[in-house]
Design a protein around this ligand. Structure first.
Ligand SMILES: [Zn+2]
Length: 189
């Protein structure tokens, strides 16, 4: 179980989430896509997170050519010159269900970062910030492509909350809900 915090101000960005062993396969991002909003089903189910070991998001660099087209994972971001570029974005970003993080983040506009049809493509850099202003998350939610929110591994830190350490940190007799970090209880108010 892990809580993600803003590395700049220490605000808790998520609840206590269990890890998935890997980022789930999507295969077909249009399966289950919402007809009204155009959003795909979230890659990661509600209440979980997964670490993406591969580079994700902006910037993109020319792909080495020639090569066989890789099997589509269903998680490709819509962008111009698609197929000719590879992500040179950060590895090991945390992928979460947008609803687990969005209420604690603020959209901001910078260049093309909200470009998309029904939502941001996620291919133009971070588009969500902590309340302190740190631009630490990118949300992809266009009607072509996946629906996933990535936390920048440099701008957040993860604090494992194993049952053993939780029990050790909590004074005896204090209920779990009263011993949570101050930032998190503040954010819930
Ligand atoms: Zn912050």
């Amino acid at each position: 179980m892990t809580v993600f915090y803003c590395a700049k101000c220490g605000t808790a960005l998520t609840g206590d989430l269990p890890a998935l062993p890997s980022v789930p396969d999507i295969d077909d991002p249009d399966a289950g896509r919402d007809e009204k909003t155009g959003q795909a089903r979230s890659t990661v189910p509600r209440g979980h997170y997964a670490i993406d070991p591969d580079p994700w998001g902006a910037p993109f660099v020319p792909a080495p050519a020639p090569r066989q087209p890789a099997r589509a994972s269903g998680r490709e971001l819509l962008r111009s010159a698609s197929g000719a570029t590879d992500s040179a974005g950060p590895r090991n970003s945390a992928v979460l269900h947008p609803d687990d993080v969005m209420p604690r983040l603020t959209p901001f506009t910078c260049g093309d970062n909200w470009t998309g049809c029904c939502g941001p493509t996620g291919a133009h850099g971070p588009n969500l910030a902590c309340t302190c202003g740190s631009r630490l998350a990118t949300w992809a939610a266009d009607c072509l492509g996946p629906n996933e929110l990535h936390l920048d591994p440099v701008r957040v830190y993860a604090w494992p909350q194993s049952e053993a350490t939780e029990a050790a940190q909590r004074p005896i007799g204090v209920p779990e809900e009263l011993s949570r970090p101050v930032e998190e209880s503040r954010k819930r108010e």
